[in-house]
Design a protein around this ligand. Sequence first.
Ligand SMILES: [Zn+2]
Length: 328
Amino acid sequence: LYVKPIKKPLIIKSLEAILRRIPHDHESREKVSKKLGNYLSGYYGEQSLAYYLDQLPQKEFNIFHNIRIKTPNITFQIDFLLMTMKFILILEVKNLTGQLNFDGDLAQLIQTKPNEENKVYNDPVVQASDHKRHLALFLSKNNLHNIPISYLVVVTNPNAHITITSTDKNYRDKIIRSNILIKKISKLCEYYQKEMYSQAEMKRVSKLILKSCDETNQDILKRFGIEKSEIIKGVICDKCGYYPMQRIYGSWTCDRCKNTENEVHIQALNDYIYLLDNKITNCEFRSLLNIQSSKVANTLLNKLNLKHTGNNKSRTYHLPQNGFDSEF
Ligand SMILES: [Zn+2]
Protein backbone atom coordinates (compact mmCIF):
# COMPACT_ATOMS: atom_id res chain seq x y z
CA LEU A 1 0.00 0.00 0.00
CA TYR A 2 1.38 3.37 -0.99
CA VAL A 3 0.93 5.78 1.88
CA LYS A 4 2.87 8.34 -0.14
CA PRO A 5 2.77 7.34 -3.82
CA ILE A 6 5.52 7.83 -6.37
CA LYS A 7 5.07 11.37 -7.66
CA LYS A 8 7.25 13.89 -9.40
CA PRO A 9 9.11 15.71 -6.59
CA LEU A 10 8.49 19.40 -6.08
CA ILE A 11 12.13 20.23 -6.79
CA ILE A 12 11.78 18.83 -10.33
CA LYS A 13 8.54 20.72 -10.95
CA SER A 14 10.25 23.89 -9.73
CA LEU A 15 13.32 23.51 -11.93
CA GLU A 16 11.07 22.83 -14.94
CA ALA A 17 9.11 25.97 -14.05
CA ILE A 18 12.33 28.01 -13.92
CA LEU A 19 13.33 26.88 -17.41
CA ARG A 20 9.90 27.87 -18.73
CA ARG A 21 10.01 31.26 -17.07
CA ILE A 22 13.49 32.73 -17.40
CA PRO A 23 14.75 34.31 -20.62
CA HIS A 24 16.52 31.99 -23.07
CA ASP A 25 19.82 33.74 -22.59
CA HIS A 26 19.68 33.84 -18.78
CA GLU A 27 23.07 33.03 -17.29
CA SER A 28 21.58 30.52 -14.81
CA ARG A 29 19.87 28.45 -17.50
CA GLU A 30 22.67 25.94 -18.00
CA LYS A 31 23.13 25.35 -14.28
CA VAL A 32 19.39 24.79 -13.81
CA SER A 33 19.20 22.42 -16.82
CA LYS A 34 22.06 20.36 -15.50
CA LYS A 35 20.60 20.11 -12.01
CA LEU A 36 17.21 19.19 -13.48
CA GLY A 37 18.85 16.43 -15.52
CA ASN A 38 20.37 14.95 -12.37
CA TYR A 39 17.10 15.06 -10.44
CA LEU A 40 15.14 13.61 -13.37
CA SER A 41 17.56 10.74 -13.74
CA GLY A 42 17.19 9.95 -10.04
CA TYR A 43 13.42 10.14 -10.32
CA TYR A 44 13.37 7.75 -13.33
CA GLY A 45 15.37 5.32 -11.22
CA GLU A 46 12.85 5.59 -8.41
CA GLN A 47 9.94 5.13 -10.83
CA SER A 48 11.57 2.00 -12.22
CA LEU A 49 11.36 0.41 -8.76
CA ALA A 50 7.55 0.51 -8.87
CA TYR A 51 7.64 -2.68 -10.93
CA TYR A 52 9.28 -4.50 -8.01
CA LEU A 53 7.47 -2.76 -5.15
CA ASP A 54 4.14 -3.69 -6.76
CA GLN A 55 5.05 -7.34 -6.20
CA LEU A 56 5.14 -6.95 -2.41
CA PRO A 57 2.13 -8.10 -0.37
CA GLN A 58 0.18 -4.84 -0.36
CA LYS A 59 -1.49 -5.48 3.00
CA GLU A 60 1.78 -5.92 4.87
CA PHE A 61 3.78 -3.02 3.47
CA ASN A 62 3.28 0.67 3.91
CA ILE A 63 5.34 2.40 1.23
CA PHE A 64 6.44 6.03 1.26
CA HIS A 65 8.17 7.64 -1.70
CA ASN A 66 10.45 10.64 -1.27
CA ILE A 67 9.95 11.77 2.29
CA ARG A 68 11.75 14.74 3.71
CA ILE A 69 11.41 14.68 7.46
CA LYS A 70 12.00 17.90 9.29
CA THR A 71 12.92 17.74 12.97
CA PRO A 72 14.07 20.63 15.15
CA ASN A 73 17.67 19.51 14.72
CA ILE A 74 17.94 18.06 11.27
CA THR A 75 16.14 17.52 7.98
CA PHE A 76 16.74 14.25 6.20
CA GLN A 77 15.41 12.83 2.98
CA ILE A 78 14.63 9.21 2.22
CA ASP A 79 13.97 7.93 -1.32
CA PHE A 80 11.75 5.03 -0.21
CA LEU A 81 10.65 3.94 3.24
CA LEU A 82 8.97 0.54 3.54
CA MET A 83 7.27 -0.24 6.81
CA THR A 84 5.83 -3.50 8.11
CA MET A 85 4.71 -4.41 11.62
CA LYS A 86 8.07 -6.08 12.14
CA PHE A 87 10.68 -3.82 10.56
CA ILE A 88 11.37 -0.73 8.50
CA LEU A 89 13.47 -0.72 5.36
CA ILE A 90 15.09 2.40 3.91
CA LEU A 91 16.01 2.40 0.22
CA GLU A 92 18.57 4.79 -1.17
CA VAL A 93 18.21 4.76 -4.95
CA LYS A 94 21.09 5.45 -7.34
CA ASN A 95 20.42 5.64 -11.06
CA LEU A 96 23.96 6.53 -12.11
CA THR A 97 25.52 4.99 -15.17
CA GLY A 98 29.09 4.06 -16.04
CA GLN A 99 31.51 2.33 -13.73
CA LEU A 100 30.52 2.78 -10.11
CA ASN A 101 33.10 2.00 -7.51
CA PHE A 102 31.68 1.89 -4.00
CA ASP A 103 34.69 2.48 -1.83
CA GLY A 104 33.53 1.52 1.65
CA ASP A 105 36.89 1.96 3.29
CA LEU A 106 37.11 5.60 2.22
CA ALA A 107 33.32 6.20 2.27
CA GLN A 108 33.07 7.44 -1.30
CA LEU A 109 31.45 6.49 -4.57
CA ILE A 110 33.48 7.08 -7.70
CA GLN A 111 31.78 7.23 -11.08
CA THR A 112 33.89 6.67 -14.17
CA LYS A 113 32.54 7.29 -17.67
CA PRO A 114 34.44 7.09 -20.94
CA ASN A 115 35.89 10.44 -22.04
CA GLU A 116 34.76 12.17 -18.86
CA GLU A 117 36.44 13.15 -15.67
CA ASN A 118 35.75 10.91 -12.67
CA LYS A 119 33.05 12.09 -10.33
CA VAL A 120 33.19 11.54 -6.61
CA TYR A 121 30.01 11.29 -4.53
CA ASN A 122 29.32 10.76 -0.85
CA ASP A 123 29.02 7.07 -0.11
CA PRO A 124 25.29 6.26 -0.40
CA VAL A 125 25.73 3.38 2.05
CA VAL A 126 26.91 5.85 4.67
CA GLN A 127 24.05 8.20 3.74
CA ALA A 128 21.48 5.43 4.17
CA SER A 129 22.96 4.45 7.50
CA ASP A 130 22.79 8.10 8.62
CA HIS A 131 19.12 8.16 7.60
CA LYS A 132 18.54 5.06 9.67
CA ARG A 133 20.03 6.77 12.71
CA HIS A 134 17.99 9.95 12.19
CA LEU A 135 14.80 7.95 11.69
CA ALA A 136 15.37 5.87 14.84
CA LEU A 137 15.87 9.06 16.83
CA PHE A 138 12.81 10.66 15.26
CA LEU A 139 10.64 7.65 16.20
CA SER A 140 11.95 7.43 19.75
CA LYS A 141 11.42 11.17 20.30
CA ASN A 142 7.81 10.56 19.34
CA ASN A 143 7.52 7.82 21.95
CA LEU A 144 7.49 4.97 19.50
CA HIS A 145 9.43 1.95 20.67
CA ASN A 146 12.37 0.52 18.83
CA ILE A 147 11.60 -1.26 15.61
CA PRO A 148 14.47 -2.77 13.60
CA ILE A 149 15.49 -0.46 10.76
CA SER A 150 17.37 -1.89 7.82
CA TYR A 151 18.68 -0.13 4.74
CA LEU A 152 19.81 -0.87 1.21
CA VAL A 153 21.37 1.05 -1.64
CA VAL A 154 19.61 0.07 -4.88
CA VAL A 155 21.42 0.65 -8.17
CA THR A 156 18.59 0.97 -10.70
CA ASN A 157 20.56 1.69 -13.85
CA PRO A 158 21.07 -1.61 -15.73
CA ASN A 159 24.06 -0.10 -17.53
CA ALA A 160 25.97 0.59 -14.36
CA HIS A 161 29.04 -1.54 -13.84
CA ILE A 162 29.36 -1.99 -10.09
CA THR A 163 32.54 -2.68 -8.18
CA ILE A 164 32.84 -2.67 -4.41
CA THR A 165 36.03 -1.99 -2.52
CA SER A 166 35.51 -3.01 1.06
CA THR A 167 36.73 -5.65 3.41
CA ASP A 168 33.44 -5.43 5.31
CA LYS A 169 30.93 -8.10 4.19
CA ASN A 170 28.13 -6.17 5.87
CA TYR A 171 28.94 -3.19 3.64
CA ARG A 172 28.93 -5.30 0.47
CA ASP A 173 25.52 -6.74 1.37
CA LYS A 174 23.98 -3.27 1.45
CA ILE A 175 24.51 -2.63 -2.27
CA ILE A 176 22.13 -4.36 -4.65
CA ARG A 177 20.62 -4.11 -8.09
CA SER A 178 16.85 -3.66 -8.53
CA ASN A 179 16.24 -7.23 -9.60
CA ILE A 180 17.47 -8.56 -6.24
CA LEU A 181 15.28 -6.26 -4.19
CA ILE A 182 12.33 -8.63 -3.70
CA LYS A 183 14.61 -11.48 -2.72
CA LYS A 184 16.36 -9.26 -0.17
CA ILE A 185 13.05 -8.11 1.28
CA SER A 186 11.85 -11.73 1.60
CA LYS A 187 14.99 -12.49 3.56
CA LEU A 188 14.33 -9.56 5.90
CA CYS A 189 10.76 -10.81 6.38
CA GLU A 190 12.12 -14.20 7.39
CA TYR A 191 14.68 -12.66 9.69
CA TYR A 192 12.44 -10.22 11.56
CA GLN A 193 9.70 -12.39 13.06
CA LYS A 194 8.65 -10.38 16.06
CA GLU A 195 5.74 -7.98 15.74
CA MET A 196 6.90 -4.59 16.98
CA TYR A 197 3.96 -2.39 15.97
CA SER A 198 0.23 -3.02 16.12
CA GLN A 199 -1.99 -1.96 13.22
CA ALA A 200 -2.91 1.12 15.24
CA GLU A 201 0.75 2.01 15.74
CA MET A 202 1.45 1.51 12.04
CA LYS A 203 -1.26 4.05 11.34
CA ARG A 204 0.16 6.41 13.94
CA VAL A 205 3.65 6.22 12.45
CA SER A 206 2.28 6.78 8.95
CA LYS A 207 0.40 9.86 10.07
CA LEU A 208 3.41 11.15 11.97
CA ILE A 209 5.71 10.73 8.97
CA LEU A 210 3.28 12.46 6.60
CA LYS A 211 2.78 15.28 9.07
CA SER A 212 6.53 15.80 9.48
CA CYS A 213 7.13 15.84 5.73
CA ASP A 214 8.35 19.17 4.56
CA GLU A 215 8.31 19.66 0.84
CA THR A 216 8.58 23.40 0.65
CA ASN A 217 11.10 24.86 -1.73
CA GLN A 218 13.74 26.72 0.10
CA ASP A 219 14.51 29.81 -1.89
CA ILE A 220 14.87 27.91 -5.13
CA LEU A 221 15.38 31.14 -7.11
CA LYS A 222 18.04 32.40 -4.73
CA ARG A 223 19.90 29.10 -5.02
CA PHE A 224 20.36 29.75 -8.72
CA GLY A 225 20.91 33.49 -8.50
CA ILE A 226 17.60 34.42 -10.10
CA GLU A 227 15.61 37.49 -9.06
CA LYS A 228 11.82 37.26 -8.65
CA SER A 229 11.53 40.15 -11.09
CA GLU A 230 13.23 38.09 -13.81
CA ILE A 231 10.43 35.52 -13.83
CA ILE A 232 8.41 35.84 -17.03
CA LYS A 233 4.69 36.32 -16.53
CA GLY A 234 1.76 35.41 -18.74
CA VAL A 235 0.16 32.21 -19.94
CA ILE A 236 2.61 30.26 -22.09
CA CYS A 237 1.33 28.40 -25.17
CA ASP A 238 2.07 24.71 -24.57
CA LYS A 239 2.17 24.06 -28.32
CA CYS A 240 4.79 26.60 -29.38
CA GLY A 241 6.07 28.31 -26.22
CA TYR A 242 4.84 31.77 -27.20
CA TYR A 243 3.57 34.10 -24.48
CA PRO A 244 1.41 35.75 -23.35
CA MET A 245 -1.66 33.91 -24.64
CA GLN A 246 -4.74 36.16 -24.83
CA ARG A 247 -7.98 35.52 -23.01
CA ILE A 248 -10.64 35.72 -25.73
CA TYR A 249 -14.25 34.61 -25.33
CA GLY A 250 -13.54 32.42 -22.35
CA SER A 251 -10.48 30.60 -23.67
CA TRP A 252 -6.77 31.20 -24.19
CA THR A 253 -5.54 31.90 -27.70
CA CYS A 254 -1.97 31.93 -28.97
CA ASP A 255 -1.23 34.85 -31.31
CA ARG A 256 1.54 32.93 -33.01
CA CYS A 257 0.18 29.42 -33.67
CA LYS A 258 -3.55 30.11 -33.10
CA ASN A 259 -3.75 27.25 -30.58
CA THR A 260 -6.67 27.67 -28.16
CA GLU A 261 -6.90 26.17 -24.68
CA ASN A 262 -9.23 26.39 -21.71
CA GLU A 263 -7.24 25.38 -18.66
CA VAL A 264 -3.71 26.39 -19.60
CA HIS A 265 -3.66 29.20 -17.00
CA ILE A 266 -3.39 26.46 -14.36
CA GLN A 267 0.17 25.90 -15.49
CA ALA A 268 0.98 29.59 -15.07
CA LEU A 269 -0.51 29.39 -11.60
CA ASN A 270 1.51 26.26 -10.81
CA ASP A 271 4.69 28.01 -11.93
CA TYR A 272 3.75 30.90 -9.64
CA ILE A 273 3.37 28.45 -6.74
CA TYR A 274 6.66 26.67 -7.46
CA LEU A 275 8.68 29.85 -7.85
CA LEU A 276 7.04 32.84 -6.21
CA ASP A 277 4.37 32.44 -3.56
CA ASN A 278 1.63 30.22 -2.18
CA LYS A 279 -0.95 32.98 -1.99
CA ILE A 280 -2.28 35.41 -4.55
CA THR A 281 -4.59 38.43 -4.76
CA ASN A 282 -6.90 39.30 -7.65
CA CYS A 283 -4.46 42.01 -8.69
CA GLU A 284 -1.45 39.67 -8.67
CA PHE A 285 -3.50 37.05 -10.51
CA ARG A 286 -4.31 39.56 -13.28
CA SER A 287 -0.69 40.57 -13.59
CA LEU A 288 0.38 36.91 -13.73
CA LEU A 289 -2.11 36.01 -16.46
CA ASN A 290 -1.96 39.31 -18.31
CA ILE A 291 -5.68 40.01 -18.05
CA GLN A 292 -7.26 43.41 -17.43
CA SER A 293 -10.72 42.55 -16.16
CA SER A 294 -10.94 41.89 -12.43
CA LYS A 295 -14.34 40.27 -13.09
CA VAL A 296 -12.77 37.67 -15.39
CA ALA A 297 -10.03 37.14 -12.80
CA ASN A 298 -12.67 36.62 -10.13
CA THR A 299 -14.53 34.06 -12.22
CA LEU A 300 -11.34 32.10 -12.87
CA LEU A 301 -10.30 32.28 -9.21
CA ASN A 302 -13.72 31.20 -7.95
CA LYS A 303 -13.66 28.16 -10.23
CA LEU A 304 -10.57 26.94 -8.37
CA ASN A 305 -12.43 26.66 -5.03
CA LEU A 306 -9.54 28.11 -3.05
CA LYS A 307 -9.51 28.94 0.62
CA HIS A 308 -9.35 32.68 1.01
CA THR A 309 -8.91 35.28 3.71
CA GLY A 310 -9.74 38.98 3.76
CA ASN A 311 -12.53 40.69 1.88
CA ASN A 312 -13.09 42.48 -1.41
CA LYS A 313 -9.94 44.04 -2.80
CA SER A 314 -7.70 42.69 -0.04
CA ARG A 315 -8.89 39.12 -0.47
CA THR A 316 -5.99 36.66 -0.56
CA TYR A 317 -6.37 33.23 -2.11
CA HIS A 318 -4.33 30.34 -0.69
CA LEU A 319 -2.80 28.04 -3.26
CA PRO A 320 -2.01 24.32 -2.84
CA GLN A 321 1.65 23.92 -1.87
CA ASN A 322 2.30 21.18 -4.42
CA GLY A 323 0.43 22.89 -7.22
CA PHE A 324 -2.78 21.87 -8.93
CA ASP A 325 -3.00 18.35 -10.30
CA SER A 326 -3.16 18.44 -14.04
CA GLU A 327 -1.51 16.85 -16.99
CA PHE A 328 0.92 19.76 -17.27
ZN1 LIG B 1 1.37 28.85 -29.78
